[in-house]
Design a protein around this ligand. Structure first.
Ligand code: HEM
Length: 146
């Protein structure tokens, strides 16, 4: 199905551009959480971090995730990706990454309420997830091992 025609490389470029924005946001937000947790709920510093996290999520993370999915699904139809084993692996990790995104939005809301539910150590461990997922996703889509 060549439905994208000459737009195909542009759609793939747009997909990768918003992947870069998404990953930048997903790498930054847990870092913000760790620094945010060091300040007392209700303090000036606390309010600044709440505002920074809210803008990062609203301006970068949410729109990027939506556009990565929109362009990704257009590419999926273009190449009939559901026929390929590599795409099944990719989609599994992309769903995991989207779930991770959802967790960052809910954790930011908890911090904004003055809660500090996780230890720094746990946040640092969780911070590794986007990197590992991105590595598996990029290997799956570029190497297409199966
Ligand atoms: C959100 C759901 C996603 C879907 C449905 C999707 C689907 C696709 C499809 C079908 C292609 C085209 C492959 C081709 O033309 O050969 C593609 C390309 C690509 N995707 Fe995704 N993708 C998604 C998310 C992601 C994410 C989260 C990443 C990275 C973390 C990513 C990285 C890439 C890269 C690097 C390419 C270019 C591969 C190449 O140049 O051959 N994608 N994607």
């Amino acid at each position: 199905m060549e439905w994208l025609g000459a737009a195909y490389p542009w759609v793939k470029a747009a997909h990768v551009i918003f992947v870069i924005f998404l990953m930048a946001g997903l790498f930054m937000v847990p870092r913000f959480f760790i620094y945010h947790q060091e300040c007392a709920p209700g303090s000036d510093e606390d309010r600044k971090w709440i505002d920074r996290e809210r803008r990062l999520i609203k301006i970068i993370l949410n729109p990027s995730l939506v556009l990565v999915w929109v362009f990704g699904l257009m590419l999926m139809v273009q190449i009939g990706a559901w026929h390929f084993g590599w795409f099944h692996l990719k989609l599994l990790f992309v769903l995991g990454l989207s779930g991770y995104h959802g967790w960052t939005v809910s954790y930011a809301k908890k911090l904004a309420k003055g809660q500090r539910p996780m230890t720094d150590r746990k946040l640092r461990l969780l911070n590794e997830i986007p990197g590992i997922a991105a590595a598996v996703i990029v290997i799956a889509v570029i190497v297409q091992p199966f």
